[in-house]
Design a protein around this ligand. Structure first.
Ligand code: TMP
Length: 258
């Protein structure tokens, strides 16, 4: 594994050269960071869970016609993906006030928003991912007007679908962050926009419908403990892993987490 060429290493994932041109292998680490990597930890089994959860969600989204970079899962920590040119924007969709929206606008966490909000942040740790508007995106050419429209339409479809998916598991989808890439297919001049990166409890806010318990990375950001246990609970409720006691699932890999 270490002999493969690393194409890119991020905070929570590594991208290796894929087996065929136009593919990459996405490896999920246990490393967890928050606040631009000022806070760090290694959470045993987190990468395994995120690999499975992201696989499940990407497959579901593909099935409703949303183009994604996901091809197939290879093993516990790796998936084969299409190589895309990442658009340098974090696209956040919010249904309920929380996190930076609550801080910025002084809105209590948990307040239902009048409609889903789509926000854009420029991907730059050095600049702390500043929020940007359509004006910046157009002026600096981060996405064409057509791509911008496609991204908003896709983000809202992802939100509608995932809200229902999680609701069926007794989980409220508060907000989430997704990323998009350009896929250059064969000789086509025009790249296709597709969903890239991952969708997991690292990149979503997920609250238990009944109790409001947080089942996402806020457990790490806010020192609530039980981070991987919460991720495993999400995987269990989505039917990705079976109840604990089953030896052939990822629960056994999360036992050592704190
Ligand atoms: P925020 O409220 O901190 O802006 O976060 C909005 C959503 O985006 C939330 O679901 C967590 C996710 N997110 C990331 O995936 N990566 C990040 O770097 C940040 C800041 C948030």
């Amino acid at each position: 594994m270490s002999k493969r060429r690393i194409v890119y290493e991020g905070k929570a994932k590594i991208l290796y050269e894929g087996p065929e041109p136009g593919t990459l292998i996405q490896y999920f680490k246990d490393d967890t960071t928050a606040f631009d990597a000022q806070k760090k930890a290694v959470l045993d089994g987190k990468g395994v869970l995120n690999n499975r959860i992201s696989e499940f969600i990407m497959n579901q989204l593909s099935a409703i016609g949303i183009p994604t970079h996901f091809i197939r899962r290879l093993n516990m920590r790796e998936q084969l993906i299409r190589k895309v040119e990442i658009i340098p924007l974090e696209v956040v969709v919010r249904n309920i006030a929380a996190g930076s929206l609550s801080t910025r606008l002084g809105m209590p966490e948990g307040q239902q928003l009048p409609r889903p909000l789509v926000e854009f942040y420029y991907k730059s740790d050095a600049l702390h991912d500043p929020m940007v508007s359509e004006e910046h995106i157009a002026a600096f050419g981060w996405a064409t007007p057509q791509e911008y429209d496609d991204i908003i339409a896709l983000a809202l479809r992802v939100n509608d679908y995932m809200s229902g998916l999680f609701a069926g598991a007794g989980i409220r989808l508060v907000d989430f962050k997704i990323e998009f890439g350009r896929y250059f297919e064969n000789d086509h001049d025009m790249p296709r926009i597709m969903l890239a990166d991952e969708i997991s409890p690292d990149s979503c806010r997920l609250w238990d419908y009944k109790t409001g318990e947080k089942l996402d990375k806020d457990r790490f950001r806010r020192d609530l403990g039980g981070v991987t246990e919460a991720y495993a609970e999400v995987a269990r409720r989505l039917g990705i892993i079976r109840e604990s006691g089953d030896t052939d699932n990822v629960v056994s890999f999360t036992g050592g987490s704190k």
